[in-house]
Design a protein around this ligand. Structure first.
Ligand code: AMP
Length: 501
């Protein structure tokens, strides 16, 4: 934890005032560790994920340098781009832009953001009128560079954000082209959640004598998040979810689905049940993703179904509920998912729907978080047949978890029960056990528990089940690869006022 205050970091008054307005009282660890070096002009290698407060860690010193050195006054009457932040997705770009605007609100600096998937006119207009700080995704940046709208000859600060994800998303060539166009003399800040060899190579080629700051991986769940698990047959998951949305006080819910197809189908199912829902995942056009996110933030939709990758980096204020429609096989992913709620000291509820095949994953999660997840036993879709037998989850060492109020019926703990041998054998005999692939579902004979909700619903459910099975391997493995890298998410106080970041 950081023991410094922002006052001790030598920040200028306009920035301190903005941070105060944001409601930030203490620097996050990455901020406390990086800001002093960045103010000295050192390069930085930050091994940290979104959620650690890394945006402010790089934004604040850049703003300070530019404000102190007379940035914002322009040269020859026009502002010149002096700082470039390159980030892989539109969502991140927008969030980073918003952060810069917030922290620089008492300076004269001007920021703009450019990304693909939308018309370029508003972006080129903004560029023409002159900016000091540019936030960009690689493709659109290159486009606008080629068209002559962006000149980076006077760049002083370069931030490469989420380098590992750039690589995953196939942007590395674009990134290299952008780098080739930058002046050699500059301060470079490099962020990545993980450091695979290729990313290491890239960082070594970009950084000069960098300070390295690493934020420790997640291992504990937010104290403010109330966790619960429902054991349910896989086939009944959609019905149980809709039942919960209909009967429990759930103002908004971020529902995690492991596959893109699954996310779409599930959103359609929920929507058909009369609950406004949308899906967000990598296959959606940028516009559609942003629209879905905005609708959710503005509470026009009650449910946002997201894949782990799509949800990574998205920051939603006042999220009351997170639903694990499936249980992630990487325990850190669970921690990361539920960390989306219970922020800023607000209470949040994380509901997990766990089928027979996922019980082993739940056991791994219990081990990681070292606490039991209360089981809600009373619900209309109880587990049928042999899977009704309880599972083994090793009793965690400490039991500090706050119990949380019971929403429905009795609760027991996931740790109180034993795993049936067939589930154990099935899991352990798989060569890919624990590496992201799941066996196909065998468990589709129990739909009779639910009241029929019309043909459409039944057909969609069947389709959803089929899709989940077909895509389980690839989709899950991909999600796991992304989420495996989860790092500690900052859960400190957040801004008081509105505006997402
Ligand atoms: P980031 O990792 O940059 O995406 O930041 C994660 C979240 O933490 C964002 O919602 C920020 O607004 C918030 N945040 C960043 N720094 C602080 C701080 N020092 N105190 C409280 N919240 C912060």
């Amino acid at each position: 934890m950081a023991h410094t205050s922002f006052d001790q970091l030598g920040l200028i008054e306009p920035i301190l005032k903005a941070l105060q307005q944001e409601g930030y009282s203490t620097p996050t660890p990455i901020q406390a560790q990086s800001i002093p070096y960045l103010l000295e002009g050192r390069d930085l290698l930050g091994v940290a994920q979104t959620g650690t407060g890394k945006t402010a860690a790089f934004a604040i010193p850049i703003i300070q340098h530019l404000a102190v050195d007379g940035g914002g006054t322009g040269r020859g009457g026009k502002r010149i781009i002096q700082a470039l932040i390159l980030t892989p997705t539109r969502e991140l770009a927008i969030q980073i832009d918003e952060s810069f605007r917030s922290y620089a609100r008492h300076t004269r600096l001007r920021t703009t953001v450019i990304f693909g998937g939308v018309g370029q006119k508003p972006q080129t207009d903004a560029l023409r009128s002159g900016v000091d700080i540019l936030v960009a995704t690689p493709g659109r940046l290159l486009d606008l560079m080629h068209q002559g709208y962006v000149h980076l000859n006077d760049l002083r600060f370069f931030v490469l954000d989420e380098a590992d994800r750039m690589l995953d998303m196939g942007f590395i060539h674009d990134v290299r082209k952008v780098i080739a166009a930058l002046p050699k003399q500059r301060q470079t800040l490099f962020f990545s959640a993980t450091m695979p060899p290729e990313v290491q190579k890239l960082s070594a080629s970009l950084l000069t004598n960098p300070v390295k700051v690493e934020v420790t991986p997640v291992s504990s769940t937010a104290e403010t998040v109330q966790q619960e698990v429902y054991f349910v047959d896989k086939a009944n998951k959609p019905k149980l979810l809709i039942h919960l949305l209909n009967t429990r006080d759930i103002p908004v819910a971020l529902v995690f689905s492991r596959t893109k197809h699954g996310a779409d189908k599930l959103a359609r199912l929920i929507d058909k049940a009369g609950i406004r829902a949308e899906a967000i995942h990598g296959n959606k056009a940028q516009n559609a993703r942003q629209r879905a996110l905005n609708n959710f933030k503005e509470r026009k939709t009650r449910v946002l179904v997201a894949t782990d990758i799509a949800a990574r980096g998205i920051d939603i204020d006042s999220l009351s509920h997170v639903v694990n429609y499936d249980i992630p096989n990487i325990p850190e992913t669970y921690v990361h998912r539920i960390g989306r709620t219970g922020r800023a000291g607000a209470s949040g509820i994380a509901i997990s729907l766990c089928d027979a095949e996922e019980r082993a994953y739940l056991r791994d999660i219990t081990k990681l978080i070292n606490r039991q997840v209360p089981v809600v036993e009373e619900h209309p879709y109880p587990v049928s047949g042999e899977h009704a037998e309880p599972i083994a989850v090793p009793t965690p060492q400490r039991h500090g978890r706050r119990g949380g109020q019971q929403q429905q019926g009795q609760q027991r703990h996931a740790g109180d029960v034993r795993e049936p041998r067939n589930v154990r054998q099935h899991r352990e005999s798989r060569p890919d056990a624990g590496r992201g692939n799941r066996p196909a579902a065998e468990n589709n004979g129990h739909a009779g528990h639910a009241k029929a909700q019309g043909t459409d619903f039944a057909a969609l459910t069947a389709e959803l089940m089929r899709d989940l099975d077909q895509t389980a391997g690839g989709g899950h493995a991909k999600a796991a690869a992304g989420s495996n890298n989860n790092r500690r998410r900052w859960r400190g106080p957040r801004r008081n006022g509105g505006g997402g970041r």
